[in-house]
Design a protein. Structure first.
Length: 295
């Protein structure tokens, strides 16, 4: 029996998606989400990594996807918990209130706990991880490590023993970064694609902690996966299908509208559809999506 696929992007509110994915008339954030939900059944909220989004705003987002019964949100945990490690009961309460709105409305896919490359396996990091899982473990949790120290020996199984799903990620193979290998933990797979722009990724590392514009910070994610690469990815993901109830596929290569273009083709491949709904916008030209469009 095939698992349920949730395929979408990391975020939806990008100005450079206008006149690429969104039409010119889709000029407001909330209209964008309603439009987005016509084509995808999930989205990763990444604004919550930078700010504590109000439950009222999240409720408004929920109202924008009423036309899609199977649509889910996953929420990215605020950087105070994962990168700065500086949080208190008030901040915990704020995150829980966000999750509870989504959960109450039947729209919660889970909580993404993304750690930086510098989060290396040791006693202190292990204690910190368990503390976060104990804090939010009543919700589905997806843990993203970027350093391969977490994937040696039986460490992944021990982490999964906490009741969480370890993310599989695709990114340039630099230093001790982890290699792409879709895995299932506790019945779920959560797969994130950051692109393969090695040159921009190295540039970002060299300029770490230096002042950069928004465009400079996100240049490392500017990568359009080719149809051949996506076919290879499909075959790798399908190896894990038999062990999963749910598989989340999140494209984070957002600059230029590349993420929705690649996500549309992965819907076509992974859900074995002859055609998929593709907006009548310039995004059809990315990866030549004309061949899978149903209109």
């Amino acid at each position: 029996m095939m698992p349920k696929y949730y395929i979408g992007t990391a975020g939806w509110s990008y100005a450079d998606w206008v006149n690429v994915f969104y039409t010119g008339e889709q000029s407001q954030d909330y209209n964008w989400l309603e439009y987005y939900s016509k084509y995808f059944n999930c989205v990763e909220i990444n604004t919550s990594y930078y700010t504590y989004v109000s439950p009222t705003l999240i409720g408004l987002w929920v109202s924008r996807v009423e036309g899609r019964d199977d649509f889910l949100f996953t929420l990215k945990l605020h950087q105070d918990f994962t990168h700065k490690r500086d949080y208190d009961d008030e901040k915990i309460k704020k995150v829980r209130s966000q999750l509870e709105v989504l959960n109450y409305n039947g729209r919660l896919g889970g909580l993404l706990i993304q750690f930086p490359y510098s989060f290396i396996l040791n006693k202190n990091s292990g204690i910190h991880l368990k503390k976060l899982v104990d804090t939010f473990g009543q919700f589905p949790c997806y843990v993203e490590f970027r350093h391969d120290s977490w994937f040696k020996d039986d460490i992944p199984e021990r982490v999964a023993g906490l009741g969480v799903t370890l993310c599989s990620i695709d990114q340039p193979q630099i230093g001790s970064s982890i290699r792409f290998e879709p895995k299932v933990y506790n019945g779920r797979a959560y797969i994130r694609f950051h692109g393969r722009n090695e040159e921009a990724w190295l540039h970002s590392i060299r300029h770490f902690n230096k002042k950069q514009t928004y465009e400079q910070q996100n240049e490392r994610y500017r990568y359009l996966y080719s149809p051949g690469e996506l076919k290879e990815i499909q075959l790798q993901i399908e190896k894990a299908e038999s062990r999963a109830r749910e598989i989340y596929v999140i494209m984070n290569n957002h600059p230029g509208g590349y993420a929705p273009a690649n996500a549309l083709r992965l819907i076509h491949l992974l859900e074995d559809k002859e055609t998929v709904s593709v907006p009548d916008t310039p995004i059809r030209r990315l990866n030549a999506l004309f061949d899978i469009a149903d209109n």
